[in-house]
Design a protein around this ligand. Structure first.
Ligand code: GLA
Length: 376
């Protein structure tokens, strides 16, 4: 018996009806363009959130988790509403709400995606619960629809205006590949990402920094993009060419210009990265990763001193490329590093952090892993 099931039994004194898991993610390239109908190239990491669920005849949702000392939270089904205050369980309730489930449930969660590291622990939680409920209630949603419902849970129930990347990759990723996701229609293509056989490793550096701008800053960036779309009368940044942007510069503010400049250049970088990966040209991939960081730092202004320090120290230690990942203002960076240089790179980053007086960073590595699945 697997541990999520036996943990469920310890709390609820019977077996669950279903168990599922869903992974966190890193994004190789394509940052802050999912909400502009761009392309992104994330992959699923090894670490997953596991969930076990049983249906009940009570009108109550009961939720417990390994990470919260198994204290059971009980919520009457009739109380489920975006106005209901709460903590992490709001992600679970949001999915139940978005999927329109009206049955009583007992839910046990074991989240192994590091929280607060910018590796999408919240999307992993949403995707694991959605995968289990989709199967348990035979809802028949396909993966893109399930991703949109998880995004709805986060946007409209939790209140975080995220895009569609994290939920999509958690649900749709495949082992060994990065997922080229077209955020306009959620079509995907698996792009082989086999760094190991080229003597490389993708180092994930959790800066352990969390700056206050996280929520407000993200919403402001989205608002700038929306404003450009309205002023230039286009459908999305996806429909904007660099020539058009330059010729219409006077119609938007300087801030809007640099935000749009990031979006237009980043969409191109993702497509160029796919070409580089298809040729196993990791030197070119590294250059694109570096250019992405510069654009996020200077045009989109979502980096922070700790992320810049991790990136600069990685490059000084010989990394092929390094950049911040995710929403920014803290969280993680990635560095594409020769396998034999991984320890040297970690030490260089550690000593740069010590010198700058930052909290010690944490390091992870992960190969591209499988998306959400039913465990049984
Ligand atoms: C967060 C959001 C995603 C995406 C990234 C930035 O992770 O949840 O939708 O916008 O930031 O690329």
């Amino acid at each position: 018996m697997n541990s999520i099931s036996s943990n469920f039994e310890k709390v609820f004194a019977h077996s669950p009806d279903i168990c599922a898991s869903a992974p966190g993610r890193v994004n190789l390239i394509g940052e802050h363009i999912d909400y502009s109908e761009g392309f992104v190239l994330p992959f699923a990491i090894n670490d997953c959130t596991h969930v076990a669920i049983a249906k009940t005849n009570e009108n109550v949702i009961k939720i417990a988790s390994v990470q919260r000392s198994s204290a059971v939270i009980s919520i009457a089904i009739s109380d489920i509403s975006p106005d209901l205050k709460g903590d992490w369980e709001r992600y679970v309730l949001g999915v139940i709400w978005a999927l329109g489930i009206k049955s009583g449930l007992e839910i046990f969660i074991d989240g192994k995606v590091p929280v607060g590291a910018g590796l999408s622990s919240s999307a992993a939680l949403e995707a694991s619960v959605a995968t289990a409920l989709n199967s348990l209630f035979s809802l028949g949603y396909d993966l893109p629809t399930l991703a949109r419902l998880c995004q709805k849970a986060e946007n409209d129930y939790v209140g975080m205006p995220c895009g569609i990347m994290d939920q999509s990759v958690s649900l749709m990723a495949n082992k060994g590949s990065a997922l080229l996701l077209d955020c306009r229609d959620l079509t995907t293509k698996n792009i082989s990402f086999d760094v190991a056989s080229h003597g490389l490793e993708l180092l994930i550096i959790d800066t352990q920094a969390h700056h206050e701008l996280v929520d407000g800053g993200y919403a402001q960036r989205r608002a700038s993009c929306d404003s450009v779309v309205t002023k230039l009368n286009i459908v999305s940044m996806r429909h904007l060419s660099m020539d058009q942007l330059l010729s219409k510069r006077s119609e938007i503010t300087e801030t809007e210009f640099i935000r749009a400049h990031h979006a237009v250049t980043e969409i191109k970088r993702v497509l160029d990265a796919v070409v580089a990966l298809e040729k196993s040209d990791f030197v070119e991939l590294g250059k694109l990763i570096n250019a992405s960081h510069v654009s996020l730092r200077d045009d989109y202004t979502v980096s922070c001193p700790e992320l810049d320090c991790a990136v600069d120290a990685s490059l000084d230690a010989g990394a092929l490329g390094a950049r911040m990942v995710g929403g920014g203002f803290g969280g993680s960076a990635i560095a594409l590093v020769q396998a034999q240089n991984v320890e040297k790179t970690k030490l260089a980053i550690q000593s740069a952090f010590t010198e700058a007086g930052y909290k010690a960073p944490r390091f992870f590595t992960s190969l591209p892993s499988q998306g959400a699945r039913i465990l049984y």
